[in-house]
Design a protein around this ligand. Structure first.
Ligand code: BEZ
Length: 396
């Protein structure tokens, strides 16, 4: 896959942009070997634009490694910029599924958008791979045979952080986040983990997504004087937050922690204000397995960038799809067989072995990471093989 091709596709991403790789050069397309149509519904503008781009890169790398073929069929990738806007999500998902007739839908980043997509795929039965959004309901009360997640539940990424804070001797904490599904779930999971370990969350502070005017909340933290601060903020917001935290004089006075989204994919842009911050996440730099080494090398060579957690999740969405399509020898219309193969998948992921719970959410190690220079260096495992409780999931 050529870098120019990626950039061209991303430049047109506000619209649905097709990108076609025929089955084989010179081969005549028939309905049986027509390309597999894949709809990538992701943010390419706004606070989560970088996350959407990195997921897309990871997904395309997985396709490129297979010569742009799945079980002998070409692939056609249609990209749509969802702008992290939940209000437009059902219409956008319908556009890909009903008008563009994609065989599989991949997306999104923002939990509110993903909840809108869930409604559409539950109606239409379209196979759906969610490569980021962590809303509990997706693999909880909205779980379904055609719904898969290659990322995490919000709960998984931050519940283990409470133990870490207690191990560092902190008894009280303030939690700061965005007011929307992912932030609220992260706040609840952090409280659960920290209070089970004997700590006390003295206050939760919220800002409307995607606002980044943190000043008033930082002043409140300074007045509350907790032992520590926990956060869920990511993407462009995380860059601003880390700089503001330091500028407010809180860095070095009140230790800052978070789910790893706080520091993933942004370290080149924040200088040293993130140095030493500890976070929990299902990926980190320096995980020593062959797959991770090969993935990081290929990603860096292709995109001239270092991969992050979002790139891994996009790559694994591609790996999961490939496994399903291969199991039905390209006949993606045999949905029940395709989905059953995906449910049983054991994927060699850069994060380590990836398997799915009965609700189709990853069961995975949650790493403890520490920012060292430009790395989110893995320094331990905060929780081994953590499964989301999948509350309310009744798989048909
Ligand atoms: C979410 O909305 O679920 C989400 C967004 C960015 C990073 C992690 C989670």
């Amino acid at each position: 896959m050529q870098r120019r091709g990626f950039l061209k596709a991303l430049a047109g991403a506000a619209l649905v942009g097709p990108e076609l790789y025929p089955a084989a050069s010179g081969a005549r397309e028939t309905s049986g070997n027509a390309p597999v149509r894949i709809g990538l519904m992701l943010p390419y503008t706004g606070a989560y634009a970088q996350l959407g781009t990195n997921i897309t890169n990871g997904f395309r790398l997985a396709m490129a490694e297979r010569g742009q073929r799945l079980a002998g069929r070409g692939v056609e990738i249609l990209t749509l910029d969802d702008e992290s806007n939940p209000a437009k999500a059902p219409e956008n998902a319908h556009r890909l599924v009903s008008r563009d007739k994609v065989d599989v839908l991949v997306g999104s980043v923002h939990s509110g958008v993903a909840l809108g997509m869930a409604r559409v795929v539950r109606e239409t039965g379209t196979p759906w791979i969610n490569p980021n959004a962590g809303a509990a309901e997706i693999t909880g009360s909205l779980c379904a045979a055609n719904v898969f997640r290659t990322s995490f539940s919000n709960w998984q990424t931050i519940y283990p952080l409470g133990q870490v804070l207690r191990a560092r001797g902190h008894r009280s904490a303030v939690f700061l986040t965005w007011r929307y599904v992912a932030g609220e779930e992260a706040a609840a999971a952090f409280r659960e983990g920290f209070e089970q370990a004997g700590g006390k969350v003295v206050k939760e502070l919220y800002l409307t997504f995607p606002q980044t005017d943190f000043q008033a909340l930082l002043t409140e933290i300074a007045a509350l004087k907790p032992d520590a601060v926990g956060t869920f903020i990511s993407g462009a917001g995380a860059i601003k937050f880390l700089k503001d935290y330091a500028a407010a004089g809180l860095r070095g006075r009140i230790p800052l922690y978070g789910s790893g989204f706080l520091t993933d994919g942004i370290l080149d842009e924040v200088g040293d204000v993130a140095e030493g911050i500890e976070t929990t996440l299902h990926y980190g730099d320096g995980i020593e397995n062959k797959k991770n080494q090969a993935f990081r090398l290929a990603y860096a060579k292709t995109f001239k960038l270092q991969p992050d957690v979002y790139a891994v999740q996009g790559y694994d969405a591609g790996q999961l799809l490939a496994l399903g399509v291969e199991a039905v020898q390209g006949a993606v219309g045999r949905r029940a067989e395709l989905l059953s193969a995906m449910a049983k998948a054991k994927i060699d992921s850069p994060r380590g072995r990836l398997v799915f719970s009965s609700a189709h959410n990853p069961i995975q190690d949650i790493y403890l990471r520490k920012v060292v220079g430009r790395e989110n260096r893995v320094i331990g495992v905060a929780h081994k093989a953590l499964a989301d409780p999948g509350r309310g999931c009744k798989m048909a």
